[in-house]
Design a protein around this ligand. Sequence first.
Ligand code: FE2
Length: 373
Amino acid sequence: MTVANQEDVSVQPHNVLKLKYFDYVEIYVGNPVQAAHYYQTAFGFTPIAYAGLETKVRDKASYVLQQGDIRLVLTGAFDADSPISEHVKIHGDSVKDIAFEVEDATAVYEAAIKHGARSVLEPTVFEGQKGRVIKATIAAYGDTVHSFVQRNEYSGVFFPGYHRHTSPLKTESTGLTEIDHVAVGIEPGQLDHWVEFYKNILSFHEMHEEMISTEHSAMNSKVVEDSSHRIKFPLTEPIPSTRKSQIDEYLDYHNGSGTQHIAFLCDDIVASVRNMQERGIRFLRTPGSYYDMLEERVGALDPELMANIRDLCILVDRDDWGSLMQIFTKPVQSRPTMFMELIQRNGARGFGAGNIKALFQAVEREQELRGTM
Ligand code: FE2
C-alpha cells in the first residue's frame, strides 16, 4: 500500500474531495424518545427533526438535535432482527455514523473506495419537496461508518423524509458550539492500521502531538486531522500486559473498537459546566492536590478563575501555542463506554496530555499523605 506523506497530502487537496466539517453524529440507542429528552434537558440540544412511523419510516425512529454547529441523530429500531438492534445488543448505546458534509459525495466516495475503503452505501440520492441530498457511506473502525453528505441542493430540515420536530419544552443552550474532536478506542495492535486508514482514505495527516507520555500510561495514542484542521480524531489503543487502562475497560464493555468520547467546544467552560451540573450531568472529580500543583505547571491564574475551576473540577493544560481547559462527564449510558468532554481553547492545539500526568501525580500525592504508597 502506498502511503501518502504529509507533503503529498498538502499538494493534493482537490477542493471537491475536501471534507467541510462534521455533518452529524448518529448514535444508535435503545430508546430514542428518552435519549432525545436527555440530550435536550441535560446537554441543551434543541430537537429539530424526526423520522419514524408517523413519517412513513417503518423500521426505525430517529430524532435530530442541534446546538451550535453540533448535530446529533439518535436512532432506535422497531425490530429485533434490525442491524440497529444488533448494534445496540453488542455495543450498548454507541456511535454508528460520523458523517461529514462534502461538496461532492460521489467524488469523495469514489476516491475513498479507490484507496481501499469498504463500501457500506454507494452514492444515493434522497429526494424530497425541498430538494435533494446525496449520501454515500464507507466502513471505519469497529462497526462505525463515515457518511459523506452533499446537501447543496437541499433547503429542508436535516434530510428528505424527516419532518420538522419541536418539543413542548423550551430548550436552554449550555453554550456548546462545535465538535472539537472525536476520540476513538482502538483494539490492541490496530492503531497504526487506523492511522493509515485516515491518511490514505481521507487524506488526513498525523498531528505531531504526543498525547500520552507518562510511565504509568498503558496506552498508545496518535492524532489524525484533516487539511482544514477542524476534524480531529485522537486514536488510542491499549498496550497489552500492563495494568488495565481506561481503553481496555472501554473495549471490554463496548465489545470492540468504537467512539470513546465526543469533545464539545465552548466559549465559557465555567458557565457551561455549572449549567450542566445544575441539570444533573455528573463530571469526573479531580483531587484537590491537582489544584495545589496547578500554577506550578501552567503559570499563574486569575484568582476568581482558579476558585471556579477548583470548585467545578475543571482541568487546565498548556502547550507551545497556549492553554486549554477541559472536563469529562461520566459515561452517558450504563456501560462504562462513551462519555462527553467539554473543552475551551485559549490557543492550545493539544488534547490535555499534561493533565494525564498531573492527575497521576495528584493521586500519588494523596496516597503519600495517607501513607499508602
Ligand atoms: Fe478528548
